[in-house]
Design a protein around this ligand. Sequence first.
Ligand SMILES: Nc1ncnc2c1ncn2[C@@H]1O[C@H](COP(=O)(O)OP(=O)(O)OP(=O)(O)O)[C@@H](O)[C@H]1O
Length: 322
Amino acid sequence: MITLRGVTKRYDTAVAVDHLDLEIASGKVTGFLGPNGAGKSTTMRMIMGLDRPTAGEALINGKRYADLTHPLREVGALLEAKALHPGRSAYSHLLAMARSNGIPRKRVEEVLETVGLEKVAKKKAGSFSLGMGQRLGIASALLGDPQTLLFDEPVNGLDPDGVRWVRELMRSLAEEGRTVFVSSHLMSEMQLTADHLVVIGKGKLLANDTIDQVIARSSLTAVRVRTPDSRGMDDLVARLDELSLEIQRDSEHEILVSGSSVEAIGDIAFQMNLRLHELRVVEASLEQAYMEMTASSIEYKSSKPVTAGVAPQQGQQQEVEA
Ligand SMILES: Nc1ncnc2c1ncn2[C@@H]1O[C@H](COP(=O)(O)OP(=O)(O)OP(=O)(O)O)[C@@H](O)[C@H]1O
């Protein structure tokens, strides 16, 4: 488990992380999201003892990184591109790390196999592609067989096969009961990989929920109502209007209602004796929910989408049977 208590990082010009209180549980993949400059890397660096919080404390299984007896055996991390000696092979790099942490040589071979680098283990790390470098970084994180793992943008530079491999690795590490905390900008990837999401913006906590909860909280998640009775629909709209619900009238027979539930609207329609042909949740996509949540925290905003259709549209919501 990772615990953050009031963690704050202030630089001369900016507050990078602002009073973060969090518990990142074991046995789960927790996705760490936020726009550029939100403070994700700074938070991870503070957990790993690479940056000192201005206030508060970051704990790994109840201890500060500096107080861990065998740090590499308790926590492993893939942070920004590792400072590797380009003339050293992947094998020598891992062996040096293993030796200085009392980890047997056999484990080096094991992790090289886990990340699929065994055939290039004796090649100089300087000749590695971005993807191979990421795999070596992941091997370093796994070397001490730690209970807690942090990955900052682990799929950066990986091809689709590599992305899928990272996803399966994260999932299996969590299934073994480990704490897996992973940052990413790829919403679709997080939806497939993470059980839980932590979202920050401008250093502040915006969400700490399951993916379903994040989507359900979005105002873009709505209820579609369809009836063959257009008069009855007028009455229903008037009633929902009285309740100050946001209504989008798509046709004389069809509306989309935000801020309510299928149960509540179904009950109202029943009381009004209104025959319904459709009553269903229309979910926002995770990307829409995320964009809505972080809209006011984006530092570098483009005035309009680069290409038409890049920004998610209302009509792209996912329909879910109630
Ligand atoms: N050493 C530093 N000195 C001054 N400001 C810094 C320093 N390191 C980070 N910052 C600032 O702190 C804020 C958070 O940066 P951080 O790199 O943690 O964000 P991030 O969420 O990881 O961003 P990205 O997604 O772009 O990697 C940014 O505004 C950044 O400019």
